[in-house]
Design a protein around this ligand. Sequence first.
Ligand code: ADP
Ligand code: MG
Length: 227
Amino acid sequence: MTNQREEIATCSQVTKYYKKGEFTVTALKRACLSLFSGELVAVTGPSGSGKSTLLNVLGLLDAPSDGELHLFGEACHSMSRNEKQSMRRRYMGFIFQNFNLLPVLSAVENVELSLYGLSLSKTKMREAAIAMLAKVGLEQRAYHYPSELSGGQQQRVGIARALVHNPKLVMADEPTANLDSETASQIVQLMRKLAHEQGTTFLVSSHDARLMSKVDRTLSLTDGVLM
Ligand code: ADP
Ligand code: MG
């Protein structure tokens, strides 16, 4: 990682509301934040406080209702669906609470999913996926299926899949919620190590205050308001 802290994401006064009939839920209220390269940032707050909304907006999965969003120097709030998809594929990785591995694919094949569309040969894809699995300590398990792996190992495959294309920003929405506390803590430490080694920024949501000591910075949300 370079010592130069590069600003990779900025939210200015980002508001997100959901309308259902006559009811409006404001899930995010005028959020302002900046994320820098190579940092592991936690988003904490109770259930319903807007953590997933913030990650989905920053991950270009959901459009802000108001405000401006810049990622990697580009204005994203007014992008088309295709432009957003292309940004996601090139620059972003996603890690999920329930791991989201495809059960019919082996660990290495799951990791390779992030490399499709990047014009790599099969050999290069396999090499990159195996190298990434080695970084998360699963080289020996490359040909195992998700059902043959523990929860913590499955999440490490999830991390490898999120990072194999060398994204700038990784979104992880409660990635440790389905893990025991010891494994959860190992997963956070692994993300922190990879963030620092690869210069990748991680935005990780959690309602678990115990994990806080392991991150570089914490943002806390209460009723859609970022502290
Ligand atoms: P968290 O991830 O912290 O639990 P969310 O971001 O999922 O919180 O939700 C924040 C608020 O927005 C909640 O009140 C939730 O009910 C509401 N919300 C989230 N998504 C939708 C949606 N698609 N439609 C309506 N309300 C939603
Ligand atoms: Mg959530």
